[in-house]
Design a protein around this ligand. Structure first.
Ligand code: ATP
Length: 239
């Protein structure tokens, strides 16, 4: 594993006069799953937006040697960063397959993109069953699968997932996290997952960072963070 596949240093970002990130630094190794945890409003979503070019950020975002800070979302996507935002952003009137094809819009290797459709269906058999159905007719869990499947059509080197469990039943969430783990293991896709459900995220992550008021207050191996009762109580407060 390369230690510094992604290096984020002293990242500052916000919305107009509202400053949200006050110098976030973290590294993610190639092929790792990294969880970003923390309370509401801590800046987790803003961190992902800064990484994918959705908000202007100051600082260093170095992905495999290329500095991505200040680049447009399209430019960042061309470097292999796929962002699945909270709320999913699938196109409801389009079919499952049309949504998946849209995920490959930046790719020049159209033939390989076609074969990747089958690869995505392999990860998400329910999407294959429903390939001709409108995305709007899917359940919440299936829509989240579609959003992740669409991101995988980019063949990302870095997959950013924002609150994948939002609004989903526990059983569906567990299935979804199992698939994310399988994608990570089988395709060596590096993943950053932002989650309110710390317990679940720590269950699949290698490393974790706790964000509070726009600053990283704790970083370490996921297992270690999960095992530290004091940390769980003070920072994560999960049931
Ligand atoms: P949550 O789980 O509630 O989404 P979060 O840790 O992801 O929390 P962010 O969504 O990054 O937090 O929000 C951090 C701060 O930035 C909050 O105070 C929020 O109100 C503010 N904020 C988020 N999006 C915008 C926006 N588009 N314009 C202005 N302020 C925003």
């Amino acid at each position: 594993m390369s230690e510094n596949f992604l290096t984020v240093e002293d990242l500052h970002a916000g919305y107009g006069a509202a400053r949200v990130l006050h110098g976030v630094s973290l590294t993610v190794g190639q092929g790792e799953i990294c969880a970003i945890l923390g309370p509401n409003g801590a800046g987790k979503t803003t961190t992902l937006r800064a990484l994918s070019g959705g908000v202007r950020a100051r600082g260093t975002i170095r992905l495999d040697g290329t500095d991505l800070a200040g680049r447009s979302p399209d430019a960042v996507a061309r470097h292999g960063v796929a962002h699945v935002p909270e709320g999913r952003g699938t196109f409801m009137p389009l079919t499952v397959e049309e949504n998946l094809r849209l995920g490959a819009y930046l790719r020049r290797d159209k033939a390989a993109a076609e074969s990747d459709l089958e690869r995505v269906y392999g990860h998400f058999p329910v999407l294959a069953e429903r390939r001709g159905q409108a995305a709007g007719s899917l359940s919440g869990g299936e829509q989240q699968m579609l959003a992740i499947g669409r991101a995988l059509m980019l063949r990302p080197r870095l997959l950013l997932l924002d609150e994948p469990s939002l609004g989903l039943a526990p059983l569906v969430t567990r299935e979804l996290f199992g698939i994310v783990q399988a994608v990570n293991e089988e395709e060596r896709t590096t993943v950053i997952v932002v989650e309110q459900n710390a317990h679940l995220a720590l269950g699949i992550a290698h490393q974790a960072h706790v964000l509070e008021s726009g600053r990283i207050v704790l970083s370490g191996p996921a297992e270690q963070i999960r095992a530290d009762e004091q940390v769980v109580k003070s920072y994560l407060g999960y049931r």
